[in-house]
Design a protein around this ligand. Structure first.
Ligand code: SF4
Length: 372
């Protein structure tokens, strides 16, 4: 593959693939993909909207999880115009359980932009696509190449690792130098036609064969073209990322009952769960049960203006959010009075338990709703 050196640093120089390498690579990859491509629902689509939905859902989420969400979302919002016209709460309800709710909020905003500025048609122009909320370089390249066969490269987690190994790049692939090299490789290798299929083949190879740990080099169609394989350096490329240490957290949620109803809050704008609804939930600082009860009663009063009498603990959930390992205790409480509502408090609603079904809740919020 030796030709032009594209990135130098304190590491050994790395070359971009030459013509011969590129031709062989396309041929081998194309043949392999024709035999091994998985039959995924979004691969049967040419509608840019459906491809957009799948690409956004697949960010941070496994293929097996996305399948049913993808079908339900398109059934509920079959066109960009339908998505734009939908209530945000309804959109979030269809996203519930997928996590990373910012993706749904931004898709909803982007749909409104497409209706307002592009007549409801997904734009073909790369700059226009990049201006849509929630669409970065990778997503724009994926949608445009798959839906319109535009000659646009892609680089995401799987192809980042694949290209690092193919080129034998030992630096950090997320650094500026690494990004420059790997995007250049992803672009230079594109065929004249069939870029969408080619990009999907790259992602398939990265996710199914060139695995993060234990790549299946014996089954790899491009093993003879791979620098990491030649140097037996698969385990060192790319270098392991240093992850922040995990942190234990203790939280509590409160089910406040007033007759047949329970109190829910709308999660504030700018937060991880903005637009979703939740039971009042707080980080706990006390350990002893009696102190926990007074801490929670005070927190509820400060946030909502509602005075409560804490009752028993209903359940404990353990879950993780980013680097936090959370133990969430769920308490019940009785409404006593609501003397003064704070001006800057969140929007609240007293709801019949049955009506919670139509409200978007976070995963633990939904589990608590099943308790009540
Ligand atoms: S030979 Fe191994 S390391 Fe190289 S691209 Fe194939 S699977 Fe990845």
């Amino acid at each position: 593959m030796t030709r032009k050196t594209s990135v130098t640093s304190n590491l050994a120089p790395v070359a971009l693939p030459d013509n011969v390498w590129r031709r062989q690579f396309r041929m081998k990859l194309g043949g392999w993909y024709a035999r091994h491509a998985r039959d995924l629902p979004w691969r049967r689509q040419s509608d840019p909207y459906a491809i957009w939905v799948s690409e956004i859902m697949l960010q941070q989420t496994q293929v097996a999880t996305v399948g049913p969400y993808f079908a339900r979302f398109l059934a509920a919002f079959p066109t960009i115009a339908a998505l734009a016209a939908a209530d945000r709460q309804e959109v979030l309800r269809h996203w519930e359980g997928l996590g990373y709710y910012r993706r749904a909020r931004q898709m909803h905003e982007a749909a409104a932009v497409i209706v307002g500025e592009h007549g409801g048609q997904f734009p073909r122009d790369q700059q226009a696509v990049r201006r849509l909320p929630g669409i970065g370089c990778y997503t724009a390249g994926a949608i445009l190449s798959i839906a319109f066969d535009a000659r646009q490269p892609i680089l995401e987690a799987n192809t980042l690792r694949l290209w690092s190994r193919l080129l034998g790049y030992r630096g950090d692939p997320r650094s500026a130098a690494g990004q420059q090299l790997l995007w250049a490789a992803a672009e230079i290798v594109l065929p004249r036609r069939g870029c969408g299929t080619f990009n999907q083949a790259l992602m398939e190879l990265g996710s199914q064969v060139c695995l993060p740990r234990g790549p299946r080099c014996e089954a790899c169609p491009v093993a003879l073209l791979c620098r990491a394989q030649a140097e037996r350096a698969q385990a060192e490329i790319p270098p392991a990322q240093v992850k922040p240490p995990t942190e234990a957290r203790h939280e509590a949620a409160v089910v406040i009952r007033r007759g047949q109803k329970v109190l829910l809050l709308e999660c504030p704008a700018g937060g991880r769960w903005a637009g979703l609804w939740d039971f009042p939930r707080y980080r706990l600082h006390s350990a002893a049960e009696a102190e926990v009860c007074s801490e929670l009663a005070e927190a509820v009063r400060n946030q909502t203006g509602v005075v409560v009498r804490l009752g028993r603990r209903l359940a404990t959930f353990k879950h993780s959010v980013t680097r936090y390992r959370i133990t969430l205790d769920c308490y019940e409480a009785d409404y006593v009075s609501s003397p003064a509502r704070p001006n800057d408090g969140p929007r609240t609603q007293w709801l019949e338990p049955a009506s919670l079904e139509s409200y978007p809740l976070c995963t633990t919020g939904r589990e608590i709703s099943r308790l009540v």
